[in-house]
Design a protein around this ligand. Structure first.
Ligand code: PNS
Length: 163
């Protein structure tokens, strides 16, 4: 049986932490659908299309790139998962403080869709402090992003914040 998992997030933008989770996910699943949440009520730096393009360019040279689909969605995650016939959601947990929110979200999703479970993955410990929020703050003040995000994302961030 082909196993597919959905890896949802805002990805505004993709960080090295996300990329690390994705590398682990493709070892475990035949296909991973990276699901970019577009929420018009939430302020984002990049549009859904921009975030998809950044992810696509960040992974294109990896031999597992063919296992990854990238799509955007609006609305409830479980509806998108059901539409795609996927019953596994992947989430990265960096530290205990992430866990409370993640646990609540996983149980909420399971209450709404009992057939869907959440699998938590941990990134490399060197990356546990990285977040998209921190990365945007560094970009805002023109800091060095090279150890936080892939090169194409760093370029896009610097451009966004210098516009
Ligand atoms: O990268 P993020 O911002 O931590 O991702 C959060 C995300 C997008 C996965 C979550 O907010 C989500 O699933 N949003 C879609 C709306 C939804 O289904 N909410 C119910 C789950 S509590």
């Amino acid at each position: 049986m082909k196993r597919t998992a959905l890896y949802p997030g805002s990805f505004d933008p993709l960080t090295n932490g996300h990329l690390d989770i994705l590398k682990r996910a493709v070892q475990m699943y035949d296909k991973v659908i990276v699901t970019v949440a577009v929420n018009n009520q939430k302020k984002s730096v990049f549009t859904g299309e921009e975030r998809i393009e950044l992810i696509r360019n960040s992974i294109k040279d990896f031999d597992w790139a063919g296992q990854v689909e990238i799509e955007q969605f609006t609305g409830l995650l479980i509806n998108f998962a059901r539409k795609k016939n996927v019953t596994v959601l992947l989430r990265g947990v960096r530290q205990i403080s992430d866990f409370e929110y993640e646990f609540r979200m996983a149980l909420t999703n399971r209450r709404l869709a009992p057939e869907i479970d959440t699998v938590f993955l941990m990134p490399d410990e060197q990356l546990t402090f990285i977040s998209a929020t921190i990365v945007k703050e560094i970009a805002l003040w023109g800091g060095d992003l090279s150890s936080f995000v892939p090169d194409n994302v760093a370029t896009a961030l610097h451009k966004k914040f210098s516009d």
